[in-house]
Design a protein around this ligand. Structure first.
Ligand code: CIR
Length: 258
């Protein structure tokens, strides 16, 4: 099986669920159980470790309610780390501690105003980098990303996103040239040459999967999606992430895989 990335996957950056997590930005009003979110996060971290990843912890911060959604703060391309400029003000300071960690690990670049971008809008598939143009991410960010990656032989492609928060809320890469997606959120013609798993109606949330070393983590309670992913030859593990769903987050949002 072809790996997800030319670089071998070895580390995952994660950040604790803050005590203030129930004040995160979100579109629904279901009550969030912060203690349960912390337990679900611990399970998530254990799953990553079991799949062979070494965890790199960013210091927790109770003044940043969304800070466990660390994916949105930075995007890594091999030896380059791009620190995001996050559009939502209450999240903007999340990047500070992440940038300190990245400085130790990678060559660091920053997306600067007027560009805004959340990491959840960046979907890398081998040498293609799809960037969701969403409520959080704009075309200025695409231009800056192109510059940062100009010698990297990567093609940066903007993709207009509808109905969901980020591009990766609707589409993720499983490796081995297979993507999983939910219909109606972006123009899927951009995914030429890839095999596509379309999540069944009612299971749209399961399109945000996290593939690690050829195992696919999916959100618990999406049996039809599980079958489709297994049919493509992947090993599947389900994780309960109900409290992150209530905060408009999903599996990829809780880590940055290096
Ligand atoms: C937000 O609205 O920014 C957070 N409550 C959820 C962010 C989820 N992140 C992601 O999908 N990459």
């Amino acid at each position: 099986m072809k790996s997800m990335d030319a670089d071998s996957v070895r580390h995952a950056i994660v950040r604790p669920v803050p005590d203030s997590y129930d004040r995160c930005i979100r579109t629904n009003r279901e009550k969030i159980d912060v203690a349960l979110a912390k337990r679900q996060h611990a399970e998530y971290c254990r799953a990553l470790q079991k799949l062979g990843l070494n965890l790199i912890w960013i210091r927790g911060d109770n003044t940043l309610p969304d800070s466990c959604f660390v994916e949105d703060t930075a995007v890594v391309f091999g030896e380059k780390a791009v620190i995001c400029n996050m559009r939502v003000k209450s999240r903007a300071n999340e990047v500070t501690e992440v940038a300190k960690a990245m400085e130790e690990l990678k060559n660091m670049y920053r997306i600067k105003p007027p560009a805004t971008i959340d990491g959840g809008d960046v979907l890398r598939i081998d040498d293609r980098v799809f960037v969701g143009i969403s409520a959080r991410t704009n075309l200025h960010a695409v231009s800056q990303l192109k510059k940062i990656l100009e010698n990297s032989r990567m093609n940066v492609v903007p993709v207009k996103v509808h109905k969901v928060l980020h591009l990766k809320s609707a589409c993720t890469y499983l490796g081995n040239e297979v993507v999983i997606l939910s219909r109606g959120c972006f123009d899927t013609n951009v995914l030429q040459g890839l095999r596509k798993i379309i999540v069944p109606r009612g299971e749209e949330y399961a399109a945000d999967c996290l593939a690690v070393n050829e195992t696919v983590l999916i959100a618990k309670g999406h049996p039809e999606t599980r079958k489709l992913v297994e049919k493509e030859g992947f090993r599947v593990e389900e994780l309960e992430i109900s409290e992150f769903r209530k905060g408009d987050g999903a599996l990829t949002c809780l880590s940055i895989i290096l």
